[in-house]
Design a protein around this ligand. Structure first.
Ligand SMILES: CC(C)(COP(=O)(O)OP(=O)(O)OC[C@H]1O[C@@H](n2cnc3c(N)ncnc32)[C@H](O)[C@@H]1OP(=O)(O)O)[C@@H](O)C(=O)NCCC(=O)NCCS
Length: 201
C-alpha cells in the first residue's frame, strides 16, 4: 500500500477520530466502550500517547499507544498495536511502528522501546525487536521485575490482622502464602505468558 497518502497523528490533537479509534480497537479486543474511550482520552503530549494511522480519505487504519515505564525513564512501552482487519498484511503495521519509533526518538528523546506480545513475535522481530526479560510498567521497581496484570496476575500479600493475644498463649500460625507462581526466591520469578521484546531506537 502506498504510504505517501498516510499520516500518523496524535489522537489527542484529532479528537474527531476518537469514536472510530475506539471501534477499531474494540473490534480486536472487545471491552466496555466507556472504559475504552476513557483510556483513549488520556492520550496527551506526555505519555500515555495514542498514535493513529489515518488515510487521506480521513479513515482510521491503525492505532498504537505509548505508555511510560517509570523504572526505565529513557524508554516507553508500545501497546494496543492494531491495524484494521481488512488492511492487514500490507505493511501498514510496519509503517506505523516505524513512525512511532521515530516519534519516540526524535520528539520524546527516548533510547529504547519495549513491548509484549503473544503470537506476533515474528512481526516485531522483522522490525528489529529482540526478546528480553519481562519488565514492570508499574511503579518504580527494578527493571527486571515483571509486568503484573492488575486483574489476572495480581499478587496479594495477606496483611495479618492485629489481635490481642493473652499472655502465655502461643500466637496463631501465619496465614499461608498466596497461590501464585512466585517461587521461594523472588517475585521476579513470576511467570509471564507473554513474550517481552525491546529495541534500541
Ligand atoms: C500485528 C499487526 C499490527 C501487523 O500489522 P500488518 O500491517 O498486518 O503487518 P505488516 O504487513 O506490516 O507485516 C510486516 C511483516 O510481518 C509479518 N507478519 C505480520 N503479522 C504477522 C504474524 N501474526 N505472524 C507472523 N508474521 C507476521 C508479515 O508477514 C510481514 O512480513 P514480510 O515483511 O516478510 O512480508 C496486525 O496484523 C494486527 O493488527 N493484528 C491484530 C492485533 C494484534 O495482534 N496486535 C499485536 C498485539 S502484540
Amino acid at each position: 500500500m502506498e504510504t505517501e497518502n498516510l499520516s500518523v497523528l496524535l489522537l489527542h490533537k484529532h479528537p474527531e477520530f476518537l469514536r472510530a479509534c475506539c471501534d477499531l480497537i474494540n473490534d480486536e479486543w472487545p471491552r466496555s466502550e466507556t472504559a475504552r474511550m476513557m483510556s483513549l482520552q488520556a492520550s496527551c503530549d506526555n505519555l500515555p500517547t495514542s498514535l493513529i494511522l489515518v488515510s487521506d480519505a480521513k479513515q482510521i487504519l491503525g492505532h498504537l499507544k505509548l505508555t511510560p515505564i517509570p523504572a526505565i525513564p529513557e524508554s516507553c512501552f508500545i501497546e494496543t498495536v492494531v491495524i484494521s482487519k481488512a488492511l492487514r498484511g500490507k505493511k501498514l503495521g510496519s509503517f506505523l511502528m516505524r513512525r512511532a519509533e521515530e516519534y519516540c526518538k526524535n520528539v520524546l528523546k527516548l533510547e529504547k522501546v519495549y513491548l509484549s506480545t503473544k503470537g506476533q513475535e515474528n512481526f516485531y522481530a522483522k522490525l528489529g525487536y529482540v526478546i528480553c526479560e519481562p519488565i514492570s510498567i508499574y511503579g518504580s521497581g527494578s527493571p527486571n521485575s515483571f509486568k503484573l496484570s492488575p486483574s489476572r496476575n495480581k499478587v496479594e500479600i495477606p496483611v495479618p490482622r492485629v489481635v490481642s493475644i493473652p499472655t502465655g498463649v502461643p500466637p496463631p500460625p501465619p496465614p499461608p502464602m498466596p497461590e501464585t507462581s512466585v517461587n521461594n526466591n523472588t517475585i521476579n520469578t513470576i511467570k509471564s505468558n507473554k513474550t517481552f521484546m525491546f529495541k534500541y531506537i
